[in-house]
Design a binder for this molecule. Structure first.
Ligand code: FAD
Length: 467
């Protein structure tokens, strides 16, 4: 029987961020990480090869190691903004982090291992290895991230239909005869946007594409999620806009329209009111490029596909007989109710500041080490339910603000946040204080606005619940 202090289920971004902070803050802790995958990095192992982070690399990964070089992209769809690591870079990063964990002598990694109801089963051997976690079992699988390669479409695919998950698209390089005259992108989320953008970027004319987008999404303008002091005023402007919109809007729909007016939210089609939101972040350049795709089927979900045919809940649509259907319908994160983070013998890592789940994971480890009982820990680790939908954004915004207020009252925690590379706010503010104090006036205005904005936000959430 192996004995460790912590048994961590999952070597994805969340598990890695948790362990990194845990072993930094508790110099005695021993950890075993188990994961079904062969290497660390979680869903990035199954991701489409052209996927990139949605948010700057600067806020992703683990506390102890910078991801990327902190540079601004000089070309491409992210031009002018801080770099977004791609899939290969993210995986290489986690491999290096895991090596450093193991070199510490305090972390063991069991890949290809399934954790099932307290048992660790080798996927290839079928053998069970017994482990005792003397402090906690840390469950980092709460988000249950789905990507096209690992999810099962919810529509019927008739035999002989050209179909693939988006990740297989680059394989067409080896099958030039299979390159179709037409592509059908199935799905309205960020993966579908990445896929349509990738096709356009690789010279597929917009007329050669049909996009089945049952519902449109509101999208966060990437301009306002940037690190770096040169973007500080924009970031505060976004936070202030979230408060101003709460004060002026009468409904959730109005709230998003207000944010759009200020340029903080974007949508693909100015004539279509989005009804979806899930923290997708995009640049104005990408939106402009995607608008070139005019064959859009809206309003209902796909029920069946067959060669040359798309059946939806509202009726049938025809496309060229050889059209290739590309599945982008995986919903990255399942809607779930939150549960207490710190439980008897267990930690269920969740978002503490949406949508930055890796920051929440690192902070959870910090709280585990620096608070003595679970009531005190849970008081600082109030999870934010990461849900799809427009109203859920208001709840998450309120949760983020309330958590920040709790953390600001704890001097040791506030000091750690000021050094945290994964926290987009506190470290930047500390840097502004040191290097550009004149910019702090904007922060003062924001705080004044928040006094009126927070109750207004609560009212809007309440009204949305009653509707
Ligand atoms: C395309 C995409 C882009 C994203 N971009 C960003 C971004 O820019 N910024 C950001 O903050 N967030 C981003 N996210 C959201 C989120 O931060 C990431 O998805 C993050 O990588 C999720 O990490 P995770 O550890 O929760 O999940 P996963 O990556 O799914 O890792 C969980 C791991 O647990 C393992 N596991 C599960 N169950 C078991 C079990 N029973 N036994 C053993 N192992 C198990 C799995 O094999 C997996 O390796 C993005 C998400 C997607 C899909």
């Amino acid at each position: 029987m192996e004995r460790v202090d912590y048994l961590v289920i999952g070597a994805g971004a969340v598990g890695m961020a948790f362990v990194d902070t845990l072993i930094a803050e508790d110099p005695e802790a021993t950890v075993l990480i188990v994961d079904r995958h062969a290497v660390p990095g979680g869903h990035w192992n199954d991701a489409y090869p052209f996927v990139r982070l949605h948010q700057p690399s600067a806020f992703y990964g683990v506390e102890s190691l910078e991801l990327g070089r902190g540079e601004i992209d000089r070309s491409g769809p992210n031009e002018g903004y801080y770099e977004l690591a791609g899939c290969a870079e993210v995986l290489a990063y986690y491999e290096r982090v895991m090596r450093e964990f193991i070199d510490s002598g305090r972390v063991t990694f069991w890949p290809m291992t399934d954790y099932r109801e307290g048992r660790c089963i080798g996927i290839l051997s079928g053998d069970e290895r017994r482990v005792e976690a003397t402090k906690r079992v840390v469950d980092t699988t709460y988000f249950d991230t789905q990507v096209p390669a690992t999810h099962k479409p919810r529509f019927t695919i008739e035999p002989g239909t050209p179909f693939m998950p988006t990740g297989e698209l680059p394989d067409l390089v080896r099958k030039p005869d299979a390159v179709p005259s037409h592509f059908v992108v199935l799905g309205g989320g960020k993966t579908a946007m990445d896929t349509a953008g990738w096709l356009l970027g690789n010279g597929v004319a917009p007329e050669r594409m049909t996009w089945v987008r049952p519902r449109d999404s509101w999208l966060i303008n990437r301009r306002y999620t940037q690190p770096g002091l040169e973007f500080f005023e924009g970031t505060i402007d976004f936070q202030s806009a979230l408060m101003r919109a709460a004060i002026t809007a009468d409904t959730v729909a109005d709230y998003f329209l207000e944010l759009e007016q200020g340029g903080h939210m974007l949508r693909l089609d100015p004539d279509v009111q989005p009804t979806k939101f899930f923290f997708a972040t995009i640049s104005e350049g990408e939106v402009e490029a995607l608008r070139a795709v005019e064959n859009v089927i809206r309003g209902s979900r796909v029920t069946r596909i067959a060669p040359g045919l798309i059946d939806t809940q509202d009726g049938a649509h025809s496309v060229p007989e050889d059209a290739l259907f590309i599945d982008c319908t995986a919903s990255a994160v399942a809607d779930k109710d939150s549960v207490p983070v710190f439980q008897d013998g267990k930690i269920v890592v969740q978002a503490l500041f949406a949508p930055l789940v890796v920051f929440g994971a690192a902070l959870t480890a910090w709280i585990e080490v620096h608070r003595d009982d679970d009531n005190a820990r849970n008081a600082l680790a109030q999870p934010i339910a990461v849900r799809q939908g427009c109203a859920a954004y208001l709840t998450a915004t309120l949760g983020n603000l309330t958590n920040r207020m709790r953390w600001a009252r704890e001097p040791d925690l506030a000091a750690w946040l000021g050094r945290s590379r994964l926290d987009p706010a506190a470290r930047t503010i500390a840097k502004v204080q040191a290097e550009r104090p004149e910019l702090l006036a904007a922060l003062g205005d924001y705080r004044t606005l928040a006094k009126q904005g927070v109750p207004a936000l609560m009212q809007l959430i309440q009204d949305a619940r009653e509707d």
